[in-house]
Design a binder for this molecule. Sequence first.
Ligand code: GLN
Length: 188
Amino acid sequence: MKIGVSGIQGDFREHKVMLEKLGVDVKVVRKPEELDEVDGLVIPGGESTTMIRIMKMVNLYEKLKQKIKEGFPVFGTCAGMILLSKEVVNFPQDSLGVIDIKVERNAYGRQVDSFEEQIEVKGFEKPFNAIFIRAPKVVDYGESVEVLATYMDSPVLLRQNNVLVASFHPELTEDTRIHEYFLNMVKK
Ligand code: GLN
């Protein structure tokens, strides 16, 4: 199994380190043709506006969107979640539209720009330490989306078929459980 990590922008190195810790072969993906060399893709945290702009520039956007629609597994954290969402509000911006969620960027307010919380994740025995950094908030989601974790009544970890998204940063912890969950999605 080979997993790609989008190296367009953001904290992709941390995802790479974590996946390698799990014994996975990792490829940093920057070109559309590289998508065909991997079995799934992680889109990291960073700045979603920059990411989408560059993805379009290097022709990664259309190809990725098409592949995801055909079942290619993806995992987006924070900015990666924004990129995968169906709709971005406040302010509207382009996104891949492959998971039926509506997100609001930087929605947890200035005073709590960054914070950590122990959250319960469906199927996990112990809580997960979730690190939020200028995190997006899911303000609405469709019926076919499964909520795997919530924080203060908002979903923060969600899945729709082959698309997994987290508004926090599991790659910044030592806890590999969410990455393992994604690897299981890829295996199936
Ligand atoms: N605030 C960023 C955005 O809107 C996301 C922050 C992050 O990925 N840590 O793109």
